[in-house]
Design a protein around this ligand. Structure first.
Ligand code: ZN
Length: 293
């Protein structure tokens, strides 16, 4: 399981005993990413047994409080626990000023570098290009500027067949070149075609996090063929007018996005049965749920 999503909070604006405000932890090839940080996220991380100092990247979808009211607390706890490594924060610009002001008023000088990356929620762009994965913004349609995030693994190199390695005694110096797709010429001048001595790497997986949004068709090309889609659904179809007025989605609309995008699985927040009628591979997002991408 080298790519998982843990739902830390799946509720609406007001926390309840069953549902915390929005936050999700994504583990991709041993990197921990936090998507949104509603109030109570620290406690949810502790309950899940996560080592919070391992989180190096936090992404905030928009500035409704239920998506970021837990952020200053988490930033402060990392400081109190003696963090020294960089923390990268991705959000729309005003959040940087807000965090700075909160730190200044409490006369807190962080022990670690907090590096702010402003995002433009209106265009889809790669905001993090890591050696093992990328994070791309997904413009959404909500009452305030909002974007989701698409996390996609980078392709791994080809894998050399074990039976070939046993018989051919390939010098270690050639391993990387073979993994990059080169043929191998042995000491007798015999050429071994790369296709015959390697396996394809595992298929690249991706996770699309589409939080608060009305039904918004332009999402589809951005998240096309994602492995797992999380899409909010605040209303049933009989309340479609309310959904539109409040810039949220119905379960049917969420499932329709999953279908159009060709997602392999979808994780819908609330209202499971209606979503399943349109997109059968839907599971209900509940706090504490861990899903393999
Ligand atoms: Zn919102």
């Amino acid at each position: 399981m080298d790519f998982t999503v843990t739902i830390l909070g799946s509720g609406a604006a007001i926390p309840t005993t069953e549902r915390n405000p929005s936050a999700q932890l994504v583990e991709v090839r041993n990197n921990l990413l936090l998507l949104d940080c509603g109030e109570g996220t620290q406690m949810q991380l502790r309950k899940s047994g996560v080592r919070i100092q391992k989180i190096n990247h936090i992404f905030i979808s928009h500035l409704h409080g239920d998506h970021y009211f837990g952020l200053i607390g988490l930033i402060n706890t990392m400081h109190l626990l003696g963090r020294s490594q960089e923390l990268h924060l991705y959000a729309i610009q005003p959040l940087e000023e807000l965090i700075k002001m909160q730190l200044e008023l409490s006369r807190t000088t962080l022990l670690y570098p907090l590096i702010f990356h402003p995002v433009d929620p209106e265009i889809s762009s790669v905001i993090l290009d890591h050696a093992q994965f990328t994070v791309t913004t997904i413009p959404l349609n909500h009452r305030v500027p909002t974007c989701g995030f698409l996390i996609r693994e980078k392709p791994e190199k080809r894998r050399i067949r074990k039976d070939f390695l046993k018989t051919a005694r390939v010098p270690v110096a050639f391993f990387d070149r073979i993994k990059d797709g080169e043929d191998y010429t042995d000491e007798n001048g015999h050429v071994h075609l790369n296709q015959l001595i390697t396996h394809d790497p595992p298929q690249v997986k991706s996770y699309a996090y589409c939080t608060d949004t009305a039904y918004y068709q332009p999402v589809v090309p951005v998240i096309k063929d994602c492995t797992l889609l999380y899409h909010e659904a605040t209303f049933m179809e009989d309340k479609a007018a309310d959904a539109r007025a409040k810039f949220h989605s119905t379960a049917k609309e969420a499932a329709s996005i999953a279908l159009q995008a060709g997602a392999k699985n979808s994780d819908v927040d609330g209202l499971l049965r209606e979503a399943k009628e349109v997109f059968p591979e839907t599971v209900l997002a509940e706090d504490g749920l861990k899903v393999e991408v």
